[in-house]
Design a protein around this ligand. Structure first.
Ligand code: MFK
Length: 664
């Protein structure tokens, strides 16, 4: 009985317990259900007016532009910054969600080859004209500063453009080629349209260089043939394998002119440059068939197509056999646009990381209060600052060259810095985008945050417009063609600036380090001078990275020396009790504030904050196998890939070494 009673009691208790459990479970489920209807578990990172928030950009303009120009430019950029956040940014996302669609045949079997783009994409084209994103550089309202002003607008536009930066790059390149040819009468209409501010008139251009046999080896890969017509025009026959922004109005392209027997000269000397309209006035394709759209990893907003040229009518615009030399004007412009895209995507990722760090709580405090997180962002900030200053230097030199104000030395420097900057910032941007993505945790990996789009679009920057190795060889080409003069100008420019910076105490370690790097570079060049060209080719990438690091190191030192970003002392010894009255220069507690300020973009003096980042790392105990960088991060083992975060460049070593193989 007892047992039975006991059992009964147990059964009763179990029933009661399970009802209680059920109620708890129901409450819990209801609670979860309620939570599901709440808007967000985490706050979304956002950015405001990107011009107003970019302290380095604003202080650079303030220091460099003449006051009258600055006043007008500032007003326009502030307005443009607001337009970007409120109107253009939403269009950008629409472009991503509505990629171009290709329809080869209509319902009745007619071949139409229609590339349908979304309204947001077409609106981007109108906005580009309204904002004078190409016009600004050619109107030269501000003389040599017009090019820099245009580049700044493009930099702000780039990460909100939904991929429209690509057609703009090629449009700018085409306008540059036509301008460099003296705007012949037959190309006047095209030039006016490419540089128009009227959305109804504005044209974009393609740059069709890549064929089936390869994109880099243009000299041997180009099969397209040009047949002269009785009226002096040409008809082009060939297959263009990768034509970006295939919805453009016109294109510049390379082809081989066939003689009466149909024979063509092979190699680079057989290539000539042609202009063609993609469609006629009625919208009919110019004897071109669209084979298909490319299925790309990124830049999906933009139509890239394979095109059959089946007698496309074209106009020869270079001297016969001078096609590569003529299109190199376009290449140099699109490569600068590539640098703009790289700096812009780094800036965007860091701006979002920063905002997130101010909102996201983990382990009981905001991310911005975690020193390691701030150090990671600060290192990225050092990268983007160097890249930005390098970009500004290039567009400043380009502006001088385009207004006949550049000395021969400045022209040589420009020729060298374009491939150096393109190859270096392309790699930096991918590495920074990946690093920044991590700062959002799992959210960074979610498609609907838009962050993976930025990463995917960034990855192409080291590939198109010449891969890293091709650009490294272009650096060697510029050396060879100038018989070493570009290097002489490079070294004398850097050394002159170092002289100026050497009087500033905080910069002495950085200046010393840069001098060592230059010494190594000179030693390397002296040693390789007597070696085979193969040695130089093997070292071309490391060599180019060294040039980029030395030049950006110099630029950063200059920016600090001239206070391009303003200055207010950030180290206050009294804040640190344990250090009080002693040497505080390596105190992590004190250095943490400037590093956080650098990461959050609130540093009044980013140069000093960058130095603090280096000193902070210096204060950490050295791990075995470090990459012996005394400034940036001696605590990290070699091969971790973070060496280039160093505010001053590492030494060049002639043979490939793990520390130099990757920019990050
Ligand atoms: C957000 C950013 C958006 C960017 C938009 C991108 C849209 C995507 C469109 C594309 O991807 S189009 C494909 C891009 N393809 C390339 O970039 C080709 C890469 N290959 C090279 O750059 C090769 O180095 C090159 C084709 C130029 C080599 O050709 P060659 O015929 O072997 O060149 P060669 O014989 O060394 O040089 C011929 C002439 O051109 C020489 O002049 P001279 O005959 O007077 O001596 C060179 O000095 C000159 N040249 C070559 N590159 C130059 C240059 N001049 C100035 N600057 C340069 N970069």
């Amino acid at each position: 009985m007892l047992n039975v009673k006991g059992i009964k009691r147990i059964v009763g208790q179990e029933q009661q317990a399970s009802m209680k459990e059920k109620r708890v479970l129901e409450d819990w489920e209801m609670h979860l259900a309620r939570r599901e209807t709440e808007a967000l578990f985490q706050e979304q990172p956002e950015t405001g007016n990107q011009y107003l928030e970019d302290t380095l950009l604003r202080s650079y303009l303030k220091t460099h532009l003449p006051p009258k120009v600055l006043e007008e430019v500032h007003r326009d950029l502030e307005r443009f910054g607001n337009r970007l956040v409120t109107k253009i940014q939403p269009l950008s996302w629409e472009c991503e969600l509505n990629p171009p669609v290709f329809r080869q045949y209509d319902a009745w079997g007619q071949r139409v080859d229609d590339i349908h783009t979304c309204t947001a994409w077409r609106r981007m084209k109108e906005i580009s004209a309204e904002e004078g994103l190409i016009a600004e550089a050619y109107e030269k309202r501000y003389s040599n500063w017009s090019r820099l002003y245009q580049a700044v607008k493009l930099y702000l536009f780039s990460s909100s453009s939904g991929g429209f930066s690509c057609p703009l790059a090629m449009t700018d390149g085409a306008a540059k080629v036509i301008e460099s040819l003296g705007i012949p009468g037959s190309l006047k209409n095209a030039f006016d349209r490419l540089t128009s501010r009227d959305p109804k008139k504005f044209w974009t251009s393609g740059q069709w260089m890549t064929e089936r046999r390869g994109g880099s080896d243009v000299a041997n890969g180009t099969e397209t043939m040009a047949r002269k017509q009785p009226d002096g025009t040409y008809r082009l026959y060939g297959f263009k394998w990768f034509t970006s922004a295939a919805d453009s109005d016109m294109a510049l392209t390379l082809a081989r002119i066939a003689d009466a027997e149909g024979q063509c000269t092979q190699g680079s000397r057989g290539l000539s440059l042609f202009f063609l309209r993609v469609r006629d006035e009625e919208g009919k394709l110019n004897s071109i068939q669209v084979q298909r759209l490319k299925d790309k990893l990124g830049t999906r907003q933009m139509a890239t197509a394979e095109l059959w040229l089946q007698g496309a009518r074209a106009e020869l615009i270079s001297a016969e056999g001078r096609g590569v030399a003529a299109i190199s004007n376009m290449l140099n412009i699109t490569r600068i646009h590539n640098v703009i895209g790289a700096v812009a995507s780094m800036r965007r990722m860091i701006s979002l990381s920063r905002d997130y760090a101010r909102k996201r709580v983990a382990f009981g405090k905001l991310l911005k209060d975690h020193p390691l997180h701030m150090q990671t962002i600060a290192r990225m900030e050092v990268q983007v600052r160097g890249a930005f200053l390098l970009l500004m230097e290039i567009v400043r030199l380009l502006g001088l060259a385009e207004t006949n104000l550049a000395s021969q030395q400045e022209q040589l420097l420009l020729r060298l810095l374009i491939p150096v900057a393109k190859l270096y910032t392309g790699k930096q941007a991918s590495a920074v985008a990946v690093e920044a993505m991590e700062s959002f945790g799992g959210q960074g990996y979610m498609e609907d945050t838009g962050l993976p789009v930025i990463l995917r679009d960034t990855l192409v920057l080291s590939i198109w417009e010449g891969t890293t190795n091709i650009l490294s060889l272009d650096v060697l080409r510029s050396l060879a063609k100038s018989q070493g003069q570009v290097m002489a100008v490079f070294l004398s420019t850097v050394q002159k600036k170092l002289e100026l910076a050497s009087g500033t105490e905080e910069l002495s370690a950085a200046v010393q380090r840069t001098r060592e790097a230059i010494g190594n570079l000179q030693q390397f060049m002296a040693a390789v001078g007597s070696e085979q060209a193969l040695t130089m080719e093997m070292a071309a990438r490391d060599f180019s990275y060294s040039l980029a690091r030395i030049y950006t190191g110099r630029q950063r030192q200059e920016s600090q020396n001239h206070g391009w970003a303003g200055w207010e002392g950030t180290l206050n010894p009294t804040q640190c009790h344990p250090c009080h009255g002693r040497d505080t220069s390596h105190c992590p507690r004190l250095l943490q504030a400037p590093v956080s300020n650098l990461a959050l973009g609130t540093a009044r003096d980013p140069g000093t904050a960058t130095a603090a980042l280096g000193t902070l790392c210096q204060a950490l105990p050295t791990l075995p196998g470090n990459n012996s960088c005394p400034i940036s991060h001696p605590a990290l083992p070699s091969g971790t890939g973070s060496h280039s975060l160093c505010p001053v460049p590492p030494a060049l070593v002639p043979s490939p070494s793990p520390a130099l193989l990757e920019p990050l």
